[in-house]
Design a protein around this ligand. Structure first.
Ligand SMILES: C[S@@+](CC[C@H](N)C(=O)[O-])C[C@H]1O[C@@H](n2cnc3c(N)ncnc32)[C@H](O)[C@@H]1O
Length: 289
């Protein structure tokens, strides 16, 4: 039998009432468009209870009152509630596709003096953008001296800082990166390694809310936005796919997460072109290039 209080969604040391949960979900949606269903009550509880304890608060209602007036705590809440799981070369088939189908032309363009731009949107702690840069460097070891850049953005400033630091446990790196690349592109620091100069030269980290304004100019030849849109509702996802279509160059590629799908009006401009890979149609006919 459940001992849940009638108005409580999750009963721990501090009951999380429906109203508290609704308030937290509304603030998270307003700030990041992240959509929390009631099934996330235990996750919200377990991630935020540490904040209540750290702040010596007695209830989630007090915490909600604080959130309403304290922007820094809103940022803490966002950090606590975002899921940052990632790894190097996650969903490896995208990197194989990038390497075999996309980079040969882009790097030839860069060697002729052209500009190549890739974007890891929702980059978490940096494993994804560095994996993109490693894929590029594997194909052209001189790429760091060409005009080939990877923009790495995330809403969570802590993740942006970790990506910029570029320090990872040796064991985590060794699981996903072949030894020669690991030794060449990461510098040993005890039981950790730090991204070396070539990777740093290619990857730039910035804080960016995907559901806010995008100040960057673009266009991008390739966008990775994987395992991010899954946290948004359908309308937010639809708007995001359209913004990506706007920011991609014609013929540019979009990679999304394994459980995501481009839907809505953007599907007229982004054609499915492989497993969770899409290509922006040539303008203006709407036909795939
Ligand atoms: C599960 S991680 C995915 C990391 C990486 N793309 C991958 O697939 O391994 C999701 C990331 O999306 C970020 N995120 C969530 N909402 C966001 C938003 N509105 N704007 C930008 N990033 C967001 C989170 O901070 C988190 O780092």
């Amino acid at each position: 039998m459940s001992a849940l209080r009638q108005d409580s969604l999750f009963d721990g040391d501090y009951p999380l009432t429906r109203e508290d949960f609704r308030d937290i979900a509304a603030m998270l949606y307003a700030d990041a468009r992240i959509h929390l269903t009631d099934s996330k009550a235990s996750l919200v509880y377990s991630r935020l209870i540490k904040r209540l304890r750290a702040l010596n608060l007695e209830s989630f209602a007090d915490y909600c009152a604080l959130l309403r007036e304290d922007e820094d705590e809103r940022a803490e809440m966002l950090s606590a509630l975002t899921t940052n799981v990632t790894r190097f070369f996650r969903e490896r088939h995208h990197f194989e596709h990038l390497s075999s189908r996309v980079l040969p032309n882009l790097l030839a363009q860069a060697r002729r003096g052209g500009r190549v731009r890739l974007w890891s949107a929702g980059c978490s702690s940096g494993e994804e953008p560095y994996s993109i840069a490693l894929t590029i460097l594997e194909q052209d070891p001189r790429a760091a001296d060409l005009d080939v850049k990877v923009l790495a953005t995330d809403i969570d400033p802590r993740m942006v800082a970790r990506g910029r630091d570029g320090i990872y446990a040796e064991a985590a790196l060794a699981e996903d990166i072949a030894a020669p690349a690991l030794q060449r592109f990461f510098l040993r620091e005890g039981a950790q390694r730090r991204a070396g100069d070539e990777l740093r030269k290619m990857v730039a980290f910035r804080r960016l809310n995907l559901n806010g304004d995008w100040p960057m100019r673009g266009p991008f030849d390739v966008i990775f936005c994987r395992n991010v849109a899954i946290y948004f509702d359908d309308a937010t996802q639809g708007a995001l796919w359209e913004k990506f279509a706007d920011k991609l160059s014609p013929g540019g590629w979009l990679y999304i997460g394994h459980s995501e799908r481009v839907d809505g009006p953007a599907s007229a401009r982004l054609s499915s072109a492989g497993v969770t890979a899409y290509r922006r149609n040539a303008e203006p006919s709407g036909d795939a290039p």
